[in-house]
Design a binder for this molecule. Structure first.
Ligand code: FAD
Length: 820
């Protein structure tokens, strides 16, 4: 075996092969792909997958990757046969809830540009000859869903990647260790010898955690047993026996099963059983288990229910023998997303893990482009390897969430649905007080935050607030409305202790930050600056508040959910010459937002410091004492009212909360939750990173031109942004409102123009704006539809609501309520 390579890819499953194929296309040479099993049928998950590809996904990223993969596989040939059969995919509804959800899903698919149709039971029957159509209410049909011939696709991609010697594939080689020197990968040690290399890409699937351990990089995934079976030939399918697959791929999520045709046999896969996790260390090697790596054979007790359900839908299956049965395994992560990126523990150690065949083709392209450019070439934040907090990577958490995600894989999941366990992992000092207020807790990155407080139900009396029903009313309370209005009319205290804070210090701190941000960082200590960080494409990677604490010391503040992602980006780009120190200090600081027209009266009653408009100006911070608590007050407001974000050491947090609470009593101060917070920020047009804008969007497109300081000199991403400034933008993040006062949307719905069938854009986030008396949606639109007054339609569960593009800021655009 060769003794050196530029890149060693561990694993020749769909992900390893696809990455090698795309690297070869980019002109890479000297790439070695090794697998412990015989290549191409390696014994990994790819060799067991029936290859079903349903593209529609709540994630735009995953839908795009699936679309690319399906068409890539179809374009590849092996044995004169395409490596995918895009025969269409149908999701069946057996319950009214599912049928309603499929209508929602049809909208979601259109938001991401996928053609789809809703089918009547008879139309389903016309496509699925053995279906008992009386059992279904309808189907959701995507014409270019289908089935991948995954092993063939691996072979075809390997053949093309090897042509000309760019990539070498080597089976029956087991990686035993990875050498890391001075924090960088140097070599891979195998049972066939040592391979010196510049980088390693781990595509080891369910074995990933074992490989990660070799370099100290947690790979939080849980291998789960998963069975698949085929019936003996069915006479009812005799007419279809000549072709491997012509009948659309099927899933019946109401009983967590999926089906496909194999000539005249019927394939059945199911998730309808207790989850069966397998510890990565217990997985057998292909040498010990040549057919499959699982720890045991088929377990009939985990198939009984699915079998009954299959017979119910497809009576032809009854009494037929199951002639092929496999108990394979594949990976589930804590949030059911993939794991992509480069380790920060061992540089040069890259990860592409927890990927389905459905997305493998696209993930290979993403990884190849990322390796080539040093930055991802599209928004992959949902799959970012660094999105987790340490508690997410513990084996207990990974096991618990992996099991739950297996169970829920086909469930109808509300966008605000809360995980039931594990909960109460991260709590702030005000948590007991919020419990006393009857808070409905929603978690973000493990942190428990109040969404609303039942104690505020009293505020509903005498108010005529917009109601909600059905789907929109779930995980929502009218109390959110009362809290939002009370903030505008009186004052409210918000617990924001989930915020992530990074302290950046050292002689190189200012130049580093100047280079990484769009706004001017060379401001006087005491100033606060709102800024973006961009990738080289000009895309928004981080959306931050920066406070200059001293000449050489800054705080970077970002949302709790995105903290690990943002800080990984910052660490990744920081100089390693010792001139810049980075410290994640979020866990040390409690943060409370005190906002509303009465906020100053309240604060002045418990501080001797000057917190007047002049004493602590807008977008400035200052250390003050509140009662007995030394605190740091930031004069900023995400809700659009006078007030401060107030920071104090975590251990003083409860005292600070109680001090402000007591001071607020005479002024009807309430504790408010994130539901109100979200509504208030939408009225102000404040964007949320991750939902409203991502690395696929630039500040010019997002309406954030005002935080790009062209006169500050060069900054990361400037070149691309300059180009866009010259050429002009083609899309714009817009604020929309609805003519129908009862209209409600929740996010990700498609936007249509002129009654058209193809979506021109999609909603990113939405909520009632209680002060403006309308539902507000932010959404992406092509520039030609982005002018104020443009008339559009937003589809929600199959119903279209007339919507109008408005100015970005609907409430107090002159900022008269904040700058007082
Ligand atoms: P793998 O295919 O597992 O490849 C990893 C490779 O790494 C293996 O070949 C292994 O031998 C090698 N390796 C590991 N450790 C070492 C080492 N130390 N040294 C050398 N090599 C090593 N997905 C879908 O999209 N649609 C489906 O319909 C579908 N159905 C499925 C049905 C079943 C029964 C199963 C088990 C899975 C199914 N999946 C499906 C999931 C899908 O198969 C996997 O998610 C996907 O194949 C993972 O690909 P991979 O390349 O990451 O991993």
């Amino acid at each position: 075996m060769q003794t050196s390579a530029r890149l060693v890819i561990i694993g020749a499953g769909i992900v390893g092969c696809s990455t090698a194929y795309h690297l070869a296309k980019l002109g890479w040479r000297d790439v070695l792909v090794i697998d412990q099993g015989p290549f191409p049928r390696t014994g990994g998950s790819t060799s067991h997958a029936p290859g079903g590809m349903f593209q529609t996904n709540t994630s735009k990223l995953m839908t795009g990757l699936a679309h690319y993969s399906a068409h890539l596989y179809e374009s590849l040939r092996w044995d004169d046969q395409p490596c995918a059969a895009l025969v269409g995919g149908i999701e069946l509804a057996e319950t009214p809830e599912r049928w309603a959800d499929l209508k929602r899903k049809a909208g979601l698919g259109r938001s991401w540009g996928l053609e789809n149709h809703l089918l009547t039971p008879d139309e389903c029957k016309a496509r699925i000859p053995i279906l008992d159509q009386r059992k279904v209410l309808g189907g959701f049909f995507v014409p270019d869903d289908g089935v991948a011939r995954a092993v063939n696709a691996c072979s075809a991609m390997a053949r093309e990647a090897s042509a000309g010697g760019a990539v070498t594939f080597q089976g029956n080689v087991t990686v035993q260790d990875i050498e890391v020197v001075d924090g960088r990968v140097r070599a891979v040690v195998t049972d066939q010898g040592r391979v010196a290399c510049e980088a390693v890409l781990c595509c080891a699937g369910i074995w990933g955690p074992r490989i990660g351990r070799m370099v100290g990089q947690p790979i939080p995934l849980m291998p789960m047993e998963h069975q698949y079976t085929k019936t003996e030939p069915l006479p009812e399918l005799a007419e279809w026996a000549a072709s491997e697959i012509t009948i659309p791929l099927l899933r019946a999520q109401d009983h967590a099963s999926y089906y496909r045709q194999h000539f005249d046999s019927w394939g059945i896969g199911n998730y309808r059983h207790v989850p069966l996790p397998v510890e990565p260390d217990a997985i057998l090697s292909p040498k010990d288990a040549p057919v499959m790596p699982s720890i045991r054979d088929w377990t009939p007790e985990h198939f009984e229910e699915a079998h009954r359900a299959a017979i119910n839908l497809f009576p032809a299956v009854e009494g037929r023998a199951l002639t092929y049965k496999i108990n394979g395994m594949f990976s589930f992560t804590p949030d059911a997303q993939s794991l992509l990126g480069e380790s920060q523990v061992a540089r040069g150690f890259w990860v592409a893990e927890a990927v389905w065949v459905t997305h493998g083709g696209g993930v290979g392209k993403v990884m190849a482009e990322w390796l080539e450019a040093g930055e991802p070439q599209l928004d992959v934040h949902e799959a970012d390897l660094h999105r987790f907090y340490p508690h997410h990577a513990t084996s207990s958490f990974v096991r618990r969430r992996g099991k739950q995600n297996y169970l829920e894989v086909y469930d109808i999941i509300h966008p605000k649905q809360q995980m039931e366990e594990p909960r109460n992992l991260r709590t702030g000092p005000a948590h007991p007080r919020l419990v006393e207020q009857g808070a409905a807790f929603f978690e973000t990155a493990g942190f428990e935050r109040a969404q609303w407080c039942e104690a505020n139900a009293r505020l509903l009396d005498g108010r005529n607030l917009p109601g909600r029903d059905g789907w929109a009313a779930r995980f929502w309370s009218p109390i959110e409305a009362a809290e939002a209005l009370h903030t505008r009319e009186n004052a409210a205290l918000y617990d924001l202790s989930a915020f992530a804070i990074m302290e950046i210090s050292g002689s190189g701190a200012l130049p580093f930050l100047q280079h990484m941000t769009t706004n001017q960082m060379d401001v006087k200590p005491g100033r606060v600056v709102y800024t973006n960080m961009l990738d080289r494409r000009g895309g928004i990677v981080c959306d931050l508040t920066v406070a200059r604490l001293a000449a050489d010391r800054f705080w970077i503040i970002t949302g709790g959910g995105v903290g690990p992602h943002d800080f990984a980006w910052i660490r990744d780009h920081a100089p390693d010459d010792g001139s810049v120190r980075l410290e994640d200090v979020g866990g040390k600081w409690a943060v409370f937002g005190l906002w509303g027209p009465k906020a100053r009266t309240i604060l002045e009653s418990v501080t001797e410091d000057d917190v007047s408009h002049q004493g602590l100006k807008y977008f400035h911070w200052k250390d003050i004492t509140i009662g007995y608590v030394p605190a740091r007050a930031f004069r900023v407001s995400y809700v659009g009212e006078l007030g401060w974000e107030i920071y104090c050491p975590m251990e003083l947090g409860l005292k600070l909360w109680d001090t402000l609470w007591e001071a607020g009593r005479p002024h009807d101060l309430i504790a408010a939750g994130m539901g109100a917070f979200d509504s208030l920020r939408l009225e102000k047009g404040y964007r949320g990173w991750g939902a409203d804008m991502t690395p696929d969007d630039t500040p010019l497109e997002a309406g954030l031109d005002f935080i790009v300081r062209w006169d500050k000199g060069d900054f990361h991403g400037r070149e691309a942004l300059e180009r866009q400034k010259e050429q002009g933008i083609t899309k714009r993040l817009c604020t929309l409102t609805f003519e129908d006062p009862d209209a409600i949307v929740l996010g990700k719905e498609p936007i249509f123009a002129n009654g058209g069938e193809r979506a021109v854009g999609y909603v990113t986030s939405a909520n009632h704006g209680y002060s403006v008396g309308r539902t507000i949606a932010l959404g992406w639109l092509p520039v030609e539809h982005s002018a104020h007054g443009s008339k559009l339609e937003v589809e929600y569960f199959g119903r279209r609501f007339a919507a109008t593009v408005q100015p970005d800021v609907l409430f107090d655009p002159e900022m008269t309520r904040i700058r007082v």
